[in-house]
Design a protein around this ligand. Structure first.
Ligand code: SF4
Ligand code: SF4
Length: 337
């Protein structure tokens, strides 16, 4: 196996940045860390879970899907050769989940184009980033199992470099690397993973909640109580790496000219399911919250990347950012409790 010395990380990032739109963990003035265009001065290896997953690389908040000029329309499929450095295992699984959803029946060409041209370098997670992480329960982390091009394991002065795809192999061209005996590397990777798992809370209630939802044993009062608290801000959906609801709308620029766009939406908004007749099959906030959590916690289908586990990757962001503290973690605890 190859290793990359930590002192050479900016050299490697500089090489990758020559051929890619490179996103990397970036320290903001307020102390937050986000995935942003690589800048050697603001880049940091000392980061926790960024507030937003990198899903907008594949599924932007707003994007034009076709332009209309003189009453003729032209589809607009944009993609650039991007590279996301440093994402965590839960976010890697989030990309796999979202990609599986967006390309499963009728392929979403806008998503697919960006997905095909984006490379990923995962930074294996050294342990729970805060008290809301539960990736070990959803089998999404702390180490990515699939989807990545490269995965790095921080072993102190250097990183072990795990190659996940032929594109990952290509990314190593020109990077200053050393060799490490495969069996020693495997011992180090296993140790890294075990140490990380030890820091993770075991959230048994996730499995209990999944079973109770499957057996339709959740009392409606649970949803009524959460529905009464929810202020319909949509924040939980926007920070969630696996949420892919969107709305489509038109902008007329002049007679015969305009564009069609799509933008993030959320199943917790009343308008998301309201039909043209005015009928809404999910008429209350309680019904919408119930549907959201069924979608997160019940099996999607056997073709899902997690082989029928659930649509939540355990990143905990909905619990971190819900202003009234009713993220998925709180919901599963209430269901199971
Ligand atoms: S439902 Fe919450 S914990 Fe699960 S993946 Fe989405 S934001 Fe993360
Ligand atoms: S973040 Fe909380 S309050 Fe906002 S929509 Fe989601 S559940 Fe409701």
């Amino acid at each position: 196996m190859k290793t990359l010395a930590k002192k050479d990380i900016n050299k490697a990032l500089g090489i990758w940045a020559q051929k890619h739109a490179l996103l990397a963990p970036t320290k903001m003035d307020n102390g937050d860390c986000i995935f942003s265009a690589y800048d050697e001065k603001a880049f940091t290896l000392d980061y926790k879970k960024p507030p937003l997953s990198p899903k907008s690389v594949f599924f932007p908040h707003t994007e034009v899907i076709f332009d209309v000029a003189n009453n003729q329309y032209k589809e607009t499929v944009t993609a650039k050769k991007s590279l996301i450095f440093g994402l965590r295992a839960c976010d890697m699984m989030g990309i796999c989940q979202a990609s599986s959803f967006m390309t499963r029946d009728k392929e979403d060409i806008y998503y697919r184009a960006k997905h095909n041209t984006a490379a990923t370098i995962v930074m294996a997670c050294p342990g729970a980033q805060n008290e809301t992480c539960f990736c070990t329960t959803t089998l999404s982390g702390p180490v990515a199992k699939e989807g990545f091009d490269l995965q790095l394991y921080d072993t102190g002065d250097s990183f072990l470099v795990e190659v996940g795809s032929p594109r990952g192999e290509e990314l190593l061209a020109g990077i200053p690397l050393s060799d490490l005996d495969d069996s020693r590397a495997k011992v180090q990777m296993d140790e890294f993973k075990q140490n990380a798992i030890l820091t993770m809370p075991e959230v048994k209630s996730v499995i209990e909640a999944m079973n109770m939802l499957k057996d339709k044993k959740v009392a409606e009062k649970v949803w009524d109580d959460f529905g009464a608290k929810c202020i319909t801000c949509g924040g939980c959906a926007f920070v969630c790496p696996t949420c892919t609801c969107f709305n489509v709308y038109d902008q007329q620029l002049s007679e015969g000219n305009g564009k069609r766009l799509r933008a993030w939406d959320a199943c917790l908004y009343g308008g998301f399911t309201r039909e043209a007749s005015g009928h809404n099959p999910r008429v209350s906030q309680a019904a919408r919250l119930k549907r959201r959590h069924e979608h997160k916690l019940l099996d999607y289908s056997s073709i899902d990347i997690q082989q029928g586990l659930c649509g939540c990757v355990g990143c905990g962001r909905c619990s971190d950012y819900c202003p009234v503290h009713i993220g998925t973690l709180e919901v599963v605890k209430a269901i199971a409790g």
